[in-house]
Ligand binder design. Structure first.
Ligand code: CZF
Ligand code: MG
Length: 184
C-alpha cells in the first residue's frame, strides 16, 4: 500500500522546498501556505499546539513543523521565538547577543508534528544539530543559515544536499520516515 499523502502546512517556502527535496520519491506531499497562530512555551508545547490548530483549520490530517534556534549561553533562547528575534535584530544583532559570552554554541531544533485530524493528539518527530553562531557567511536566502556554522561551514555555505544530510530538518524527517514505514 503506498503511503498516504502528507499535507504540510507552512507559510515558509524555504522549509517547504527542503521538505519536498528530502521526502521526494518517498512520501507524496501536498501543502497549504497557512500562517498558524503560535503560542509561547516549550518547544514541544508550541509544536503540539500549532499542529492541533492546523488540523482544526484544515479539518483533516496535517503535518506541521516548528524550528527553534537555541543559544547555549542563553539557556536555550531565542528558541521558538527566533523568527521574531531575527526580524528585529538581524544576523549582526544575533551575534551581538553572545558578545558577553565565550560560549557561542547553538542548537538548531526542528520539530515536525503529525495530527490525524481535529481532536487527535499530534505525534512529534524532533531533530537537533549542534553548531555555533558566527558572523554571516554565504548567501542570505534562508533565515539564519548564514550565521549557523557546523563543522567549519555555515548552513548557507553548504550545498543543499549537504545541509539536508546533517540538518535539524533532515534528522527530524528521518524519524518521520521510519514512523511512516512502520505504518505501511
Ligand atoms: O536559516 C534558517 N535555516 C533553517 O533551516 C530554518 N528553518 C526555519 N528557519 C527560520 O526560523 C524561524 C522559525 O520559525 P517558524 O518555525 O515559526 O517558521 P515560519 O513561521 O517561517 O513558518 P511556519 O511556522 O508557517 O511553518 C523562521 O524565521 C524561519 O525562517 C530557518 N532559518
Ligand atoms: Mg511560524
Amino acid at each position: 500500500m503506498p503511503p498516504p499523502t502528507l499535507n504540510f502546512i507552512t507559510s515558509n517556502a524555504n522549509k517547504l522546498s527542503e521538505v519536498q527535496t528530502i521526502l521526494n520519491g518517498i512520501v507524496p506531499l501536498s501543502s497549504q501556505a497557512l500562517e498558524i497562530t503560535e503560542i509561547q512555551g516549550t518547544i514541544e508545547h508550541v509544536s503540539r499546539d500549532k499542529c492541533r490548530r492546523a488540523a482544526d483549520i484544515v479539518g483533516g490530517p496535517v503535518l506541521t513543523e516548528d524550528t527553534c534556534l537555541c543559544f547555549g549561553a542563553l539557556g536555550g533562547l531565542p528558541g521558538p521565538y527566533i523568527k521574531w528575534f531575527l526580524a528585529a535584530i538581524g544576523h549582526e544583532g544575533l551575534n551581538n547577543l553572545l558578545l558577553a559570552y565565550e560560549d557561542k554554541s547553538a542548537q538548531a531544533v526542528c520539530t515536525f508534528a503529525y495530527c490525524e485530524g481535529p481532536g487527535c493528539e499530534p505525534i512529534i518527530f524532533e531533530g537537533r544539530t549542534t553548531g555555533k553562531i558566527v558572523p554571516a557567511r554565504g548567501p542570505a536566502n534562508f533565515g539564519w543559515d548564514p550565521i549557523f556554522e557546523y563543522e567549519g561551514e555555515t548552513y548557507a555555505e553548504m550545498d543543499k544536499a549537504k545541509k539536508n544530510s546533517i540538518s535539524h530538518r533532515g534528522k527530524a524527517l528521518e524519524k518521520l520516515k521510519v514512523w511512516l514505514e512502520s505504518r505501511m
